[in-house]
Structure formats: structure tokens, C-alpha cells
Design a protein around this ligand. Sequence first.
Ligand code: TYM
Length: 382
Amino acid sequence: MEKLNVTPWEVSGELNDNAYSKLVERFGVDLINDNLLSRIKKIANGKLHPLLSRNVFFAHRELNLVLDDYENGKPFYLYTGRGPSGKMHIGHLLPFTFTLWLQKTFNVDLLIQLTDDEKFLVGSREKSEIEKFTNDNILDIISLGFDPKKTHIIADYKSAKTLYYYATDVAKHITVSTIKAVFGVNDSDNIGKLFFPSMQITPAFLLSALRGKNMRCLIPYAIDQDPYFRVARDVLPKLGYYKPSAIISKFLPSLQGNSAKMSSSKEESAIFLEDSKEQVRKKLMKYAFSGGRDTLEEQRKYGANPDIDFAFLEYSFLEEDQGKVDKVYQEYKSGKILSGEMKEIAAEKISSFLESLKTKKEKMKDKVEEYMFNPEKIKLSN
Ligand code: TYM
């Protein structure tokens, strides 16, 4: 079996429950327990986001300290990001829809970083292509409904002046051997890969640095991004800032099941945000890994396993009405709903979500500037 390897630049091996337990141990993160969930639920007026209640966001680092601060009236901020290497797929939405919910629930500032420089250094794309994806990804992201007054988008090349200034503070405290060990960089790699992590670590204290006051930073991400923030937790105290906190998710599996995360480089492994209703339906029907039985008789008799069924999972992430999700879960599990019917239900939900996103995206085209990172604006809004 393929060896489990999870770094920001490579994910391989089967991502089952066992693999996640190994990663939790290897990376030294904590599981989100009932106590933390009930604290968040209380703050969110009794409603937990489905990605939390269904344990997709399953691990954390010092989330308790962020909640302590919030409960004591001390400000904190959120930080997340995207590497603009291609079109966005629905897997990429997971951390963003969740971050949106966090922003609304806690009413806090949010930095969103687009690491165009990372994608240039790590992949084989031309800068001009990356720039196109950066602009398009920004539109996708802001169409989700972030608060323009409190959301600051850092596109690395554009924001380089400020970012680089602080990134050198970070770089000064990281050795070559740390980057080699944590990111799997080797001697034949380009030297940009050694420096880049400083750029992704910087937003974890940038708001504090610009405002001249120390605030905790909470970072939502899927577990592949953890290496950056493990290193950040070593460095930031040396610069006089808090260690960043994290809230960490599993991967949305690829259409074909758990063996690989959904990837934008394989057309048939992902549903893209720009896919039409017909494409969504076709991909689900043709490729989606099913937790249903092989024959109709068996499905009616024994029912499906919704927990590994791509269509059910995707439907459950997008349907906000928990009652509806529970009903579909029971009916699919008991054999009342068939695999093809489950795919139809999911296709409907996914494509109506994507259609409304496309409409919003069109309207966002002249709003982009409002969201772009501006250090002066951040200092003033202190
Ligand atoms: P990127 O573009 O690879 O991924 C963006 C975010 O989506 C998460 N992710 C997924 N989540 C669920 N299911 C999947 N199949 C899936 N694939 C990716 C990633 O973990 C990430 O949270 N270097 C980063 C960009 C970045 C960033 C950050 C991410 C800069 N600063 C701070 C998180 C937090 C990148 O290339 O992400």
C-alpha cells in the first residue's frame, strides 16, 4: 500500500480514520472534544456548523485559548488561504465556508492569503497563468459572502512589500535543516522553497504587528497545511507574539473515494465551481464513489453506508437544515433511498449552490478592491 505522506506539497496514501489518527499523533495536534464543541455552540447561539458537528473539523491547537480570550472580551483574528494553482473545486470551499461561519459567529477580522509565489516556486505554471487563477480564485472566495470591512485579501506578489518586511523576521529564526525535515525539501530543490514558508507564516502575526498589539490568531485549514503552522508556533514567541492557534479539518475525498484528496489537477477527481448543472450530474453519476450496494435487491435489503458515500457527504456539507440531512441519512442507510437517487439529491443541491455562487461572482467583479489588503486601512481600523 502507498505510504502515508502528508505535506503541503504532496499528499499520498489512503486517508482513512486510521491515517488521521496517525497524523494527529505525528503532528502533535489535539482532537476537538465535547467540551470545546459546547463552548462554541454556546457562543453561536446553540447552532454548530455542520462541519464541526460532523467531525470534519476534528482537530486543533490551543483553540481553548482563543475561546478564553473571546469570552474575556479580548480580540482575536482569523487567517486562512489558498494556493492559486488552478480553478477551485468544491473541496477547497470547505475551509472557506467554515471560516465564513467563524467570521460571522465571532465578528472578527480575517486575513486570506493567496500564495501565488508558492505556486510559482513549487509547480510548473507560468506566472501569467498563476495571476489569472489568483484573480479568479479571489472572486470565488469573496462571492461566499465575507464582510468587506473585516476581510483583507493578501495576494503575495501584490502585498510583497509589507509581507516581505515581516517575513524576514520569521526567516531569521528558521534553519535550513528545519525546512528540510518538515517540508521534505532536498538539496536539488530550488532555494525559493526554503524561504517561502516564512511568507505563509507571516500573516499569523501580521495584524498584531501592524496594529502594535498582540492578538491571538486562529487558522482554519485541512491537515496538509499543518507543517507551516508547526514551525510558526516555534518562531512567533521568539518575535514576541502568541503561538498561532489552529482548527484543522480532514480532506473532502475525491469523487472516487478515500484513496486521494480531491485534486484540481485531475479533471475527473473533482467537481469544479464553474461546472454546469449537467457536468455536476454527469460527474456524480459516472465517478462518485458510492456507499450503496451492488444490486438493487441488496440495497433495499441491507441499505447503504452514507458515511463513505461521496454524494451523501457533499450533500450533507451543503444542506444547512440538519433535520433534512438526518432524514436522508436514515433513508439511505435503511435502503429506502437508492444510490442513484442519492446522487440525484446531491446533484440538485450542489448545482443550485454553484449556480447561486456564479451569480454572486458576476456581481463581485467591481468589489474586489474593497477586500484587498491595505496596511494603512488595517492600522486605522485598530
Ligand atoms: P490550497 O490551495 O492547497 O488549499 C486551500 C485550503 O483548502 C484545503 N484543502 C482541502 N480541504 C478539504 N478537502 C480537500 N480535498 C482539500 N484540498 C485542500 C487546504 O488545506 C487549505 O486550507 N499554501 C496554501 C495556501 C495558504 C493557506 C494559508 C491555507 C496560505 N496561507 C493559511 C490555509 C491557511 C495552499 O496552497 O492551499
